[in-house]
Write a protein that binds this ligand. Structure first.
Ligand code: ZN
Ligand code: ZN
Length: 261
């Protein structure tokens, strides 16, 4: 069984499934995907992702405010902690730093990131970190927070040095379809080296579909392509890769309702 550890089910382009999320999830299930972690990005979409966890027993969610969704203000700590009390909100995020698109908002992003890390400390739930063009500051804030529980750097696109620093902090590394892209040799090197007990797979759908679907809307069913590709890069069978990453997902997100098998 596979888990899509990071997808945006409330934002999918469902054209390929006649507009039906039921059909999109069924297509993924038919390809061995047994669980989906649907990611919160704003106060506005928190209700939508929580509603999906009521509708589907194999969907859990996170709540947080994406660094590019801050709209000039940090969320309130009280709000975040209250949202995290929901039993199907199994993680915090996505939060983090993205200086690629909004370098001018670096200070505000750091403030919001610190606040999510504080909510993580209060609730004990794992944090889902988005980082782009902000290596040093991401690592610095994670070190300062020194959370007792693990978290994950999602859609990892950085180099081995950053991966190793995050692993040293107890973090997991989640790889998306970007690892299949032709020019991603440095990322494939990271994919070879991440310890077997720290690796996760995700689609980050609807963004960044893996080869051979590159350029089309991404869907949770394509986590299969990501996993098959990673298995070949790491020189193991698909079944082994699926078993390892699913075990890792269960360990990192103990509250997730992942079915047995
Ligand atoms: Zn992200
Ligand atoms: Zn995301």
């Amino acid at each position: 069984m596979l888990v899509d550890s990071h997808c945006h089910l409330d934002r999918l382009d469902l054209t390929a499934h006649d507009g039906s999320l039921d059909a999109a999830l069924d297509a993924a299930r038919a390809r061995g995907v047994g669980h989906f972690l649907c990611i919160g990005v704003s106060a506005e979409n928190a209700a939508a992702v929580k509603a999906l966890t009521e509708r589907y027993a194999d969907v859990d969610c996170s709540v947080g405010v994406h660094p590019l969704d801050l709209k000039g203000a940090t969320p309130a700590l009280d709000w975040l902690v209250a949202e995290l009390a929901h039993p199907h909100v199994v993680a915090i995020g996505e939060t983090g730093l993205d200086y690629h698109y909004e370098p001018e908002a670096a200070e505000l992003q750091q403030e919001a990131f610190r606040l999510h890390l504080e909510a993580a400390r209060i609730t004990g739930k794992p944090v889902i970190v988005h980082t782009r063009a902000a290596r040093a500051d991401t690592l610095r804030l994670l070190r300062e927070a020194a959370l007792p529980q693990a978290g994950v750097l999602h859609c990892f696109t950085e180099d081995w040095e950053m991966a190793r620093a995050a692993l040293d902090l107890g973090f997991y590394i989640s790889l998306s379809g970007i690892v299949t892209f032709r020019n991603a040799e440095a990322l494939r090197e990271v994919a070879r080296q991440v310890p077997a007990d720290r690796l996760l797979v995700e689609t980050d759908s609807p963004y960044l579909a893996p080869v051979p679907h590159r350029g089309k809307p991404n869907l949770p069913e394509y986590v299969r392509e990501v996993a098959e590709f990673l298995a070949s890069v790491r020189g193991i069978s698909f079944e082994q890769l699926a078993a390892q990453t699913t075990a890792n997902f269960r360990r990192l997100f103990p509250l997730a309702r992942v079915a047995q098998g």
